[in-house]
Design a protein around this ligand. Sequence first.
Ligand code: ATP
Ligand code: SF4
Ligand code: MG
Length: 381
Amino acid sequence: MPGDHGETPPTARGNTGETPPTAHGITGETPPTARGITGETLLDVRGLTVEYVSEQGSVRACDDVSFTVRRGEILGVAGESGSGKSTLITALTRLERPPAVTTAGEILFRPRGAAKPVDLVGLLERDLRKLRWRDMAIVLQSAMNALNPVMRLEAQFTDVLREHDCTLSRRTARERTAELLTLVGLTAGQANRYPHELSGGTRQRATIALALACGPDLVVMDEPTTAVDVVMQRQILANLLRLRERLAFAVVFVTHDLSLLVELADRIAIMYAGRIVEIGTAADLYHHPRHPYTEGLRASFPPLREPVRRLSGIPGSPPDLRDPPPGCAFHPRCPQRFAPCDSVLPVLGPVGDQQVACLLHTGGPTLGHARKERTDDALGH
Ligand SMILES: Nc1ncnc2c1ncn2[C@@H]1O[C@H](COP(=O)(O)OP(=O)(O)OP(=O)(O)O)[C@@H](O)[C@H]1O
Ligand code: SF4
Ligand SMILES: [Mg+2]
């Protein structure tokens, strides 16, 4: 079942005016009204499945993943290492390379001005190339991998700008480069630098500026601040929020750090073993995590703006996706598992305003007995 389709429009904080406790504490400013969020669906991912194929068998790193992103919205994706976040990001932008293969699903993307969405899964490389940068852009963890080490920044910006507007003069491209660098807090003079002459944080800002060069509707970011220190991380994220307010692009932001997303994102999707196990507004996930894995993740990170509490973490480690556990993939680590968890695969379904894949919430009437057994066990009956 496609995950959050047909759902009531998500009550992202910008739409409700609700202010989660930590909302946009990154900027230290009044929470933005997220005026870019229009309610119109920009991205509609349905049943996306990506496998790494080898002679020894295939690894399903992204399994029946469904979610939507609205214009101007920041969707955070969190999960432990190996949960499939990068696989999802590269598949979204159709940058996956063998042995990764998209084996099922649709990625319906509706750029500004388009009469109807296009399915990126079915697009030819030449058509994808037209969309990249102009309509969707990607920022990766390592700016060194994204920037060409033997070209000055200005030449790289000019390449991207002229790829999508070949009528652009060199002078205009230079002016536009200076504007873009200023936008992310750099100076026009830094356009003359080679990447190795810049600090990690400056390089990462430059890659964000490059991603914004052609005014995309969607920016996909894979751990963009993991390689920089905490101070720089907060500066970059504050800048990102301001830019989103100003330019109204949507963001899919991947990180393992849930507490960072609570400050940054409008909605959050939690991934485990290649599947989305919970998705909801940042406020709902923070205050009322429904999936035991989300609860565990939340207890693994110190809150950024609240008194320090004891961190409990999650016992065990994520499964080897070459041989995932049957039923709910989280069951070997789940403190709330009960009888059917090792045989029934939970699917994402509505629980309040959230979507949750856990038999505690979406099991149906036949599971009531098993639930009672679990409670009796816990009580020692
Ligand atoms: N090149 C590959 N060949 C085979 N399997 C792979 C390959 N790359 C990733 N995988 C499998 O896909 C799973 C998901 O990997 P992915 O890189 O998407 O996770 P991630 O959530 O981004 O992790 P991290 O937080 O460490 O970046 C891995 O656990 C691994 O089993
Ligand atoms: S389905 Fe069962 S094992 Fe999985 S998270 Fe829910 S309670 Fe835990
Ligand atoms: Mg990754």
